[in-house]
Design a protein around this ligand. Structure first.
Ligand SMILES: NC(=O)c1ccc[n+]([C@@H]2O[C@H](COP(=O)([O-])OP(=O)(O)OC[C@H]3O[C@@H](n4cnc5c(N)ncnc54)[C@H](OP(=O)(O)O)[C@@H]3O)[C@@H](O)[C@H]2O)c1
Length: 324
């Protein structure tokens, strides 16, 4: 496993981090705690030192806290606070006070500390944001106070998928230590503004959804059915699944003879920009841990192959856009 610096946090983080959403047994169909714990052990055995979770991921924080009782290895565990009111994503009528009041943030951070069974959070990310709040980003003042009080070490933000660039001003104005962004073979927008701004201001970049929720592993077909409690029933509803599968097939053909499997190429692609600190692959069992963590040690994608993969950019911020 190779390690990279995560911006001004100073953390040296594993290139592949552990995305722990599915461990919460809430939005990804059934997930057994035994599988989750085995996957976490295997990941740490393989050099992972970065785990991403959130208040909204069911029991994920508690599973990680139980895991940390079994394992004393140094680990960076990062979590997220969701809006305490309003809509998701915030509607044009949701004020920042409705979603992230000082009183709510303090209460929510205390809950994160309890769930993770720690005295200080390695990094607290606001789970979503909206551009309208950039004019007066009050929540960061509260978060800075919590930093001074020793409750959180670093402050981050996770982008809303429909307007990831809304964090650029926050980066430029020094509000955040890290940003968490979607970046994968389909969604490449972060290259234009977020990555250069993050590099310039030494803000750490955490890449999420590098496998497009599993699609870029090539496992899905037009007949794939997701369990009742799997959010991908909605995410890939209607014609989204066949449109995605057709595009993944084209990517698979690019990889013929390259020596890279689809998930390997997808993760390597996400690791390619030097602004990126870690790619948090979603992992729910030992075999996914083995497959994904081994990618760090593979050679970087050859320039010519990377250039071909870039061409698979899909402007899908709105699913009805790019309907071809
Ligand atoms: N708004 C936010 O802040 C936000 C949103 C999304 C995610 N995240 C974070 O980012 C992390 C990563 O994103 P994600 O988990 O949503 O998506 P992802 O990494 O694109 O996809 C993960 C899913 O792909 C499948 N998979 C993983 N490795 C595989 C392999 N080698 N072969 C075949 N299938 C494989 C697994 O699901 P199946 O086995 O069920 O197919 C896994 O749960 C999350 O866990 C979470 O920590 C944050």
């Amino acid at each position: 496993m190779k390690f990279r610096r995560l911006g001004k946090t100073g953390y040296r983080v594993s290139e592949i981090g552990f995305g722990a959403w599915a461990l919460g047994n809430a939005h990804w169909g059934k997930q057994s705690e035994t599988d989750s714990l085995k996957a976490l052990h295997r990941a740490v055995d393989s050099g992972v030192n970065f785990i991403d979770t959130a208040a909204g991921y069911g029991q994920s924080e508690q599973v990680i806290a139980r895991f940390r009782k079994e394992r004393k290895d140094p680990m960076i565990v990062v979590t997220k606070t969701p809006p305490g009111g309003g809509h998701w994503p915030p509607s044009p009528y949701d004020s920042v006070e409705t979603c992230y009041s000082a009183e709510y943030l303090r209460r929510n951070v205390e809950e994160r500390l309890r769930n993770l069974n720690v005295e200080c959070l390695d990094l607290l990310q606001l789970h979503t944001w909206t551009r309208a709040w950039n004019r007066d980003p009050q929540p960061f003042l509260t978060l800075r106070k919590l930093k001074d009080e020793g409750k959180i070490k670093h402050i981050g933000i996770s982008t809303p998928e429909h307007d990831q660039n809304c964090v650029v001003d926050l980066i430029r104005n020094g509000f955040v230590d890290t940003v968490q962004v979607i970046y994968n073979i389909f969604e490449q927008e972060a290259v234009a503004e977020i990555f250069p701004a993050a590099k310039e201001h030494d803000v750490g970049v955490i890449v999420r959804v590098a496998l497009d929720e599993g699609a870029l592993t090539g496992r899905f077909t037009n007949d794939t059915k997701f369990e009742e409690s799997d959010f991908r029933r909605e995410y890939f509803r209607g014609d989204r699944l066949p449109r995605t599968v057709a595009r993944v097939e084209k990517i698979r053909r690019e990889l013929d003879g390259s020596g890279y499997t689809l998930p390997q190429a997808a993760l390597k692609f996400a690791l390619q920009p030097d602004a990126v600190g870690t790619v948090i692959a979603g992992i729910r069992n030992v075999s996914q841990a083995d497959a994904n963590l081994a990618v760090s040690d593979l050679p970087a994608l050859p320039q010519a192959l990377w250039a071909k993969l870039r061409e698979h950019y899909w402007h899908r911020g709105n699913w009805h856009a790019g309907n071809w």
